[in-house]
Design a protein around this ligand. Structure first.
Ligand code: ATP
Ligand code: MG
Length: 433
């Protein structure tokens, strides 16, 4: 059963979900939901209709940890919102803070906030300082954009402020943790890499990483800072709740197309800064429930790459033939890796080619996708990217102009968002693997 409770509400029992409906004049109405798992998008709209009888509301928004407004228009997006909200509740519980209600904003027409260089947005919360919610304790996890910028600015990240939580994965050289940043209340992904190197090299790496602060693209993972503790470096980046593409198989082509557009745009952005990615592969393509797709782990620090390479084998199945043969590496080599990554994702197999087959990439013809099974533009796109001769592969502008990319370059993040939400839902339903 659903009912409305007007006025401030600071506490929440384990079953009840308190949704705070923020109304345009700055006031708020609290609604206690006792059957949250059954809650439908329609129910929320009905209640908003009771609160704002004169308005026609077709959607509502909530704020993520950056203060970005995220629109909810469907049951899938509701699930993503609730899953995000419960993760913040968990953080509040762990930190002994009072649980805040889930704040939603009946959809008002307004332009999105401007991004800053760390991918943090200006907190767009309206009407602060008046209305029912004013009586609430002010222990909000959210900080103003200026505060966040200050906290996350170069050099301000440190081990003391980080609470390591789940392990997100192990890679070639490091472990990635989901972590909570106490001072900002942000969830981060922190990659910890053990490195036995001199102080001099540590300094060089830190200075080479500087460029990451300047990267400002919605297709590149947000970088918050790095620090050395003893013999390990921690790299703090934006957390992507959908994880990396290596765990997704056979992605429907209309979804994959939008993902490919984002990856091409991310690479084009890096190349425009004269940065080669050097490690394009599905595990370095991240997605989130907002439908964003971002690249991570590109080689901005030669010294970091070299230091890791001293300890770990640097060959992988996504490397271009010229790179395997030790020839010069360029944009074209990233393009090969782009092609083989998308081919790999669409092959219905769980594992990479064995390393012995790498030699075939050098000596034999490039593999091609079976026509019939995939669309002609997709097969053509992959085939072009995987031309043996680097110069025959598409240049950045040719990638953007390729029919497969043009077809899906419509900025429709909702397609990816719905798909990620559905996949995560399926994974949750299957339980731990
Ligand atoms: P390699 O070390 O060769 O690059 P890898 O990419 O699989 O291999 P890591 O970069 O260490 O290894 O990442 C391990 C896993 O952590 C990834 O597969 C990905 O699923 C997860 N991961 C990495 N960064 C993030 C992030 N920002 N948000 C969410 N998950 C992440
Ligand atoms: Mg990686």
């Amino acid at each position: 059963m659903l009912w409305l409770l007007c006025g401030p509400c600071g506490a929440m029992d384990s079953q009840a979900l308190v949704i705070r409906i923020k109304i345009p004049d700055g006031a708020a109405v609290d609604w206690t939901v006792h059957s949250a798992p059954q809650l439908l998008f329609r129910d929320v709209l009905d209640v908003i209709g009771q609160v704002l009888p004169d308005a026609t509301t077709t959607a509502f928004e909530y704020e993520d940890e950056d203060g970005d407004r995220i629109t909810v228009r469907s049951d899938e997006e509701m699930k993503a919102m609730l899953s995000y909200y419960y993760s913040t509740v968990m953080e509040q519980q762990v930190n002994g803070q009072l649980i805040e209600p889930l704040q939603i904003y009946p959809r008002a027409c307004k332009p999105p906030g401007k991004r800053n260089i760390h991918g943090l947005k200006v907190n767009t919360r309206a009407g602060a300082g008046s209305g029912a919610s004013e009586a609430l304790p002010s222990n909000s996890l959210k900080k103003s954009s200026a505060e966040l910028k200050k906290i996350l600015a170069n050099g301000q990240m440190n081990e003391q402020d980080i609470r390591y939580r789940d392990i997100l994965g192990h890679g070639n050289g490091g472990t990635v943790y989901k972590a909570y940043h106490v001072r900002s209340g942000k969830i981060l992904a922190v990659k910890v890499i053990p490195l036995d190197i001199t102080l001099e090299l540590q300094k060089q790496i830190m200075s080479e990483l500087e460029i990451l602060y300047k990267c400002d693209s919605s297709y590149i993972i947000g970088f918050y800072g790095a620090f050395f503790v003893e013999n390990r470096i921690s790299l703090c980046t934006e957390f992507m709740d959908g994880g990396s593409l290596d765990v997704y198989r056979k992605i429907p082509e209309h979804v994959l197309g939008r993902i490919a557009v984002a990856v091409v745009k991310g690479l084009t952005y890096l190349w425009s800064l004269k940065i080669l990615h050097r490690d394009v592969k599905p595990s370095n393509m991240l997605v989130n429930t907002r439908g964003q797709v971002k690249l991570c782990d590109f080689g901005v620090s030669t010294q970091l790459v070299n230091s890791i390479a001293k300890t770990y084998v640097g060959t992988n199945a996504y490397m271009a033939p010229e790179r395997i043969s030790g020839e010069q590496y360029g944009i074209h080599s990233d393009v090969w890796s782009l092609g083989i990554s998308f081919m790999e994702i669409q092959k219905n197999q769980g594992s990479l080619m064995p390393l012995q087959l790498l030699q075939c990439i050098v000596d034999e013809e490039s593999p091609v996708l079976p026509a019939g099974e995939f669309s002609e533009p997709f097969v053509h796109f992959i085939t072009q990217c995987m031309k043996k001769q680097p110069k025959e592969r598409p240049a950045p502008e040719d990638l953007m102009g390729h029919p497969f990319v043009v077809q899906y370059n419509d900025g429709n993040a909702e397609v990816v968002s719905m798909w990620v939400c559905r996949m995560l839902e399926e994974r949750r339903a299957q339980g731990p693997q």
